[in-house]
Ligand binder design. Structure first.
Ligand SMILES: Cc1cc2nc3c(=O)[nH]c(=O)nc-3n(C[C@H](O)[C@H](O)[C@H](O)COP(=O)(O)OP(=O)(O)OC[C@H]3O[C@@H](n4cnc5c(N)ncnc54)[C@H](O)[C@@H]3O)c2cc1C
Length: 442
């Protein structure tokens, strides 16, 4: 008789001390009551957990940085959570310009470590996001117009599959799965335990800018940003953040892989917009730029939030700008906001079907979220995010799998466009029993 699988690693069950801490996610709205958490130290712990879950018929969720934005993605009531958060080693191969990175490392720790060693790698706007989750969904970043999305930089990966076997995936081994994990979204194919990334020599100094306007100018500023940012010099990654009226912050910032003097020129058409309260244009080291873009922050947020996301292939017309304004007036939570990031450059030069990350022909990305602390406000905020999507729908396209929205019914097409069918085939091959099944999985 085959031996029964046993859980190894750090195992935390419902009545153990540490259970409440283990349940915590960045967005408290996504917390559930799993049966058991396995904090893996090695690939074998992950493999044992998969085998144990299958023998005991317990639903599996996997987790790295705990930043899942929607319910049921990284935790489920009565399930097992296989967490790679303690596996955060990095092996740097300087001469090959590659790094082998365990899935549990947080983005901020990784990019700061690489910057100190003289290398540049794509980073998002939050230091505490896990490499495990962000990379497989794509990973949009300040330097995507130079380096592509994070998944464009994956050279190979190790993944524990539905049988509990470790697979190596690359252009030469299990190449269909290698295609799928670059944009196919976390949780679908198995637990990725490490990635090999391409990295780049870091520039000595980079340009940064920040402009803040009075909140009342939100429609003017969004319109000016969308007309300027997508066609600006591809060395510039820029975001625009419009917070709720209650909060009052309306801000754009950017990182420019070039000098301050060049950045000033790039900014010329945009700085004339509205009447800014402050304008900063500077030249700093890469480490300072990372601190500016993705400051160190606590790993957990204390506000609940719901999200939706989309891509823009054209320009938002006046009706859409009005919908954004209305959302920001009605969403009372101080963290509620609309967020925009420009696409283009290297990100769009890769064909949409070259990897599972589909959205290559866009001008920019946008997302909106409503936050609350009082449970009584939950439904109102969920509805507001949904109604805003309905108002914007005629003008937007698709959605981003890393910022999922459980209200989207045809999520396959919305997250993956025409890559959806191929992704389903890869899923059927590597997970024929649909062991890795969750809200909106493949
Ligand atoms: C504050 C904040 C800022 C963000 N900023 C950005 C940004 O700048 N750019 C961007 O692209 N996204 C951003 N995101 C979204 C982020 O990419 C997703 O939330 C991502 O899924 C988080 O990954 P994680 O490992 O931290 O989360 P987790 O909650 O651990 O996991 C999220 C998803 O990935 C899966 N997953 C996790 N680990 C693994 C693994 N090892 N193998 C396979 N699947 C796994 C999980 O099952 C789950 O479905 C942000 C999110 C937050 C909360």
């Amino acid at each position: 008789m085959p031996q029964e699988a046993e859980l190894t690693g750090t195992v935390i069950r419902k009545n153990d001390p540490g259970y409440q801490e283990a349940r915590r996610n960045w967005n408290p709205y996504t917390n559930a009551y799993p049966l058991v958490f396995v904090f893996a130290h090695r690939n074998e712990d992950v493999a044992n957990a998969v085998k144990w879950a299958r023998e005991n018929d317990v639903p599996i969720r996997m987790r790295s940085g705990r930043h899942a934005l929607a319910k049921d993605f990284n935790q489920t009531d009565g399930g097992i959570v296989i967490d790679t958060g303690l596996m955060d080693g990095v092996i740097l191969h300087r001469s090959q310009e590659t790094a082998i990175v365990q899935a549990g490392i947080r983005v901020g720790k990784l990019v700061r470590m690489l910057a100190q060693e003289g290398f540049l790698a794509p980073f998002g706007d939050s230091s505490t996001v896990g490499i495990g989750g962000i990379s497989t969904g794509g990973g949009i970043t300040a330097i995507q117009r130079t380096a592509g999305v994070i998944s464009d930089n994956i050279l190979s990966a190790t993944i524990v599959d539905a049988k509990g076997d470790s697979l190596h995936v690359s252009a030469h081994e299990n190449s269909d799965l290698f295609w799928a994990i670059r944009g196919g979204g976390g949780g679908n194919f198995g637990i990725i335990t490490s990635y090999k990334f391409k990295i780049r020599p870091a520039p000595r100094r980079v340009g940064i800018f920040q402009i803040i306007w009075p909140w009342a100018q939100v429609e003017t500023v969004v319109d000016a940003w969308q007309r300027w940012a997508p066609s600006a010099d591809t060395r510039l990654g820029t975001i625009l953040e419009a917070y709720s009226k209650t909060n009052g912050l309306l801000r754009s910032q950017g990182i420019f892989l070039g000098s301050k003097a060049e950045l000033r020129k790039v900014l010329e058409p945009f700085v004339a917009t509205g009447t800014p309260i402050t304008t900063r244009v500077d030249e700093v080291t890469l480490l300072e730029a990372i601190d500016f873009w993705a400051p160190n922050e606590p790993p957990f947020d204390n506000q609940n939030s719901v999200w939706s996301s989309a891509w823009e292939e054209d320009l938002l017309p006046e009706e859409a700008l009005k919908a954004i304004h209305d959302f920001l007036e009605k969403a009372k939570g101080t963290e509620s906001n609309f967020f925009f990031l420009n696409s283009g450059g290297a990100m769009n030069q890769i064909p949409p079907n070259a990897t599972a990350f589909f959205w290559r022909n866009t001008k920019y990305y946008l997302e909106w979220d409503a936050s609350w602390t009082n449970a009584a406000d939950a439904q109102r905020n969920i509805q507001l995010v949904d109604q805003t999507r309905a108002r914007l729908q005629p003008y937007i396209t698709g959605s981003y799998v890393n910022v999922p929205d459980l209200k989207i019914r045809n999520y396959g097409e919305e997250y993956y466009g025409s890559n959806f069918t191929r992704l389903r085939k890869v899923k059927a091959k590597y997970d024929p029993d649909n062991v890795f099944c969750f809200a909106q999985s493949l």
